[in-house]
Design a protein around this ligand. Structure first.
Ligand code: AMP
Length: 441
């Protein structure tokens, strides 16, 4: 299928061509006709599937068509489209997409989110905008100050609805929805439709068309998963070793806590790896700069927490490292969704200590397979039981001299050593005493 077959206008086709897109992705093929027809939509699709263009393109088309947007010729300042997103980064990215795809439409857009001054947002809004992208908190600030008028909204998009729940925005969203005209088109995008998301869908969407696309970053197919077992207090040294041994660049490293991200970023910097940390305590400017530097290749590593990394769109990221496993297994899928994009292969490497075996087990259950596991010479774990269970006997401690591999289903069972990260052990590293690590988010 070609974009031209979707009935998009010449201005939009031109912008799409300028982006070098040749064919619409599955979510675009399925969603665009419904949205163009004015229907509500419930779409199960995650970042990386092309979902942003799937809603932005038909929205732009409807806004520029006098039949579907009669306000077009009227002088107006109030937005006709509201896109709610969970994070500042996603707001900035969606705005960028709106501007890129709408480059030849003359439509005006703005993103409002916290962490930056509110006054420039107010001034831009006064001049008039067609499409408003917003995080819930800052939008409520604007509503409280009466600096935004939502009475002309004809289309509402809830992007990454599941993330909005995770981040506790549901009440804010409901408050915002109360301020919208009753007659409107509603589009909801979510990577998952768990019970609470479904309930919101039921109350917001009217007779929606349903679209469900396979994860573009289907973890089993596009991403190579590897676990290296290592003690918690040896992880930093191991990570440094891997950077040095493999000349890594553009590695997104996930930590569980802000403090942990800062400490690791500092350690990497000190060792000469150009690094920035990305988490919720960083100013918006610092976050934007870190992301831009990482995308442009100036930084070799970006150390991020889950919250900060949600919805990041980084093209062809070769590698994601889980310095610590997430507590929620779905977050693993989300993290590794940053790599293996657009059909490229990617690597998801997790450094797993003995106190993370429950998380690892849950992730493997979710993936429905075991992850190949290895141990690097010089970094052999000395601690195999962080949480001893009184009833169960202790398994013998592992003291391998060589890198060892446990293959997943269908893997090369019994291979003498892992083919991937265990390439060059430098040996000589001595085991250090164990500490269980702080676990506060
Ligand atoms: P999204 O799922 O919206 O975050 O999009 C993921 C990435 O896919 C973005 O970098 C888009 O620029 C890109 N993209 C979106 N649609 C297409 C398409 N039809 N062909 C190629 N790339 C696309």
């Amino acid at each position: 299928m070609q974009f031209s077959e979707l009935g998009l206008s010449a201005e939009l086709l031109r912008a799409i061509g300028e982006q070098g897109y040749t064919t619409p992705t599955p979510v675009q093929q399925q969603a665009i006709p419904h949205i163009l027809a004015g229907r509500d939509l419930e779409a199960m699709a995650q970042t990386g599937t092309g979902k942003t263009a799937a809603f932005v393109l038909p929205i732009l088309q409807r806004l520029t068509n006098p039949l579907t947007s009669p306000l077009q010729k009227v002088t107006h300042t109030a937005p006709r489209v509201l896109v709610l997103v969970p994070t500042r980064e996603l707001a900035a990215q969606v705005l960028e997409s709106v501007r890129v795809y709408g480059a030849h439409t003359g439509l005006r857009s703005l993103a409002v989110f916290g962490g930056v001054g509110i006054n420039p947002q107010i001034q831009t809004m006064r001049r008039g905008i067609d499409i408003l992208v917003a995080t819930p908190g800052r939008l409520l600030d604007h509503l409280g100050q009466r600096t935004v008028d939502l009475s002309k909204v004809q289309t509402l998009v809830l992007d990454e609805a599941d993330r909005m729940f995770d981040m506790g925005f549901i009440r804010d969203i409901r408050r915002i929805i109360e301020r919208l005209p009753k007659e409107r088109q509603n589009l909801m995008f979510s990577a998952t439709f768990a019970a609470e998301v479904r309930e919101l869908a039921h109350t917001v969407l009217r007779n929606p068309a349903m679209v469900e696309v396979a994860r573009r970053n289907a973890p089993a197919e596009l991403v190579t998963h590897t676990v290296i077992k290592v003690d918690q207090d040896r992880k930093r040294d191991l990570l440094l070793h891997l950077f040095a041994a493999h000349g890594w660049h553009q590695v997104l490293v996930f930590c569980r806590t802000k403090h942990g991200s800062d400490a690791l970023a500092k350690k990497l910097e000190q060792a000469g790896v150009r690094t920035a940390a990305l988490h919720g305590n960083k100013s918006q400017n610092a976050r934007t700069r870190a992301l831009a530097d990482f995308k442009s290749g100036k930084l070799a590593a970006l150390v991020a927490t889950d919250i900060a990394a949600r919805g990041l769109d980084i093209d062809s990221l070769p590698r994601v490292v889980n310095f610590e496993l997430p507590n929620v297994p779905e977050d693993y899928i989300h993290r590794i969704g940053r790599t293996g994009r657009a059909g490229a292969s990617g690597e998801a490497l997790s450094l797993v200590s003995s106190d993370e075996r429950i998380q690892l087990r849950d992730i493997e259950r979710l993936l429905k397979r075991e992850i190949e596991t290895s141990i690097l010479p010089g970094f052999e774990p000395q601690h195999t039981h962080a949480v001893p269970r009184p009833a169960a006997g202790r398994p013998p401690a592992q003291k391998p001299a060589q890198a060892r591999t446990r293959s997943g289903n269908g893997g090369r069972s019994g291979a003498p050593r892992s083919s991937r990260p265990a390439r060059s052990g430098d040996g000589g590293a001595k085991p250090a005493s164990h500490h269980s690590g702080q676990r506060h988010r």
